[in-house]
Ligand binder design. Sequence first.
Ligand code: GN1
Ligand code: MG
Length: 374
Amino acid sequence: MIQQTQLIDIVGRFAHEGTISEIKPLGEGLINDTYKVKTTEQDKPDYVLQRINHIVFPDVDMVMRNIDAVTSHIRKKLTEQGTTDIDRRVLRFIPEKNSDKLYIKLDSSQEEATSYWRLMVFIDDAVTKQAVNPESSHAAGRAFGNFQAMLSDIPVQLGETIQDFHNMEFRLLQLHEVVSSDPAGRVKEERVQKMLAEIEKRAEAMCKAERMGRKGTLPKRVCHCDTKVNNMMFDKQDNVLCVIDLDTVMPNFIFSDYGDFLRTAANRTAEDCPDMSEVGFRMDIFKAFTQGYLESARSFLLPAEIEDLPYATALFPYMQCVRFLWDYLSGDKYWKCQYPDHNFVRANNQLHLLLSIEEHYPEMQAFIDSCMKG
Ligand code: GN1
Ligand code: MG
């Protein structure tokens, strides 16, 4: 456990304002360690201090360059639009003292103990949600569409902070590799074999985006790439304030943001609920989110992108099933597990969500058509 005094020292290296009164853990993130930094003065902001997970994000410098480019571009757009509460609408990172670097590195003789830190302004009177209703889902759709729209003319080329992050062909290759090496001895389980068969049946269809990308019919745009429900801040009146958790912002097919939101928001239950009878796809959330998303994104989306939104909806539970199964077969190295089967349960949950989505395909297509005519 890291000591308060060490945390205070770390914050002290950033060009923040105010006197630190307290530093406490914040949120339930599984990747980075997050703390809230309170300051004594009423007129100074509180802050969020984060230790960046450099095992998951090996190029921290690239992560922070991407984030700087994205937040500066959005800030500029909001200023042009005359927005007054800009620090609530886009994250503001605090540089290191006497420098313009947005993170600090604390060296250690052991690589695992080396740590990377960043500090951002805490947004007051705001909440994140684990679940949405159709109304907030519509707002989220507009917000993510708007996020992509604002970034559609960003003048710099962003880096890929995790290589092949949402590349379905690569994720299948990773799975095939772990199936043949079988480091945890789990491949022989009958339930694993059954799941692998379900995965293989759909493999060709699910790699459609990569094929379109190669043909040049599907562009990469700046995407958020982790559009889970809880990566958006709302004010107390349920209005969307801003999008957070920007580590994975990178060029990708727009399917990523659309599909990953629905994967988390339109599931009737949590992604690790072990009771498969509770898993199912909520069309009310799908419709509200899609309508909101198309309102703000239709101005720049290509017909091919719009046409394949139902495919995107299926792709992300499928990809997450493959990734969770890969981690289960690897011996649970990537996601923290609370019990031995946790990753298998997660993979199975995502497979059941996919089955439910497949039943709704025609209805989804018809709804998208009606939005585009309207
Ligand atoms: C991870 O960090 P978090 O919990 O928002 C993962 C996502 C998965 C998600 C599944 C960098 O997201 O891709 O969809 O878990 N992020 C990374 O819960 O791998
Ligand atoms: Mg998060």
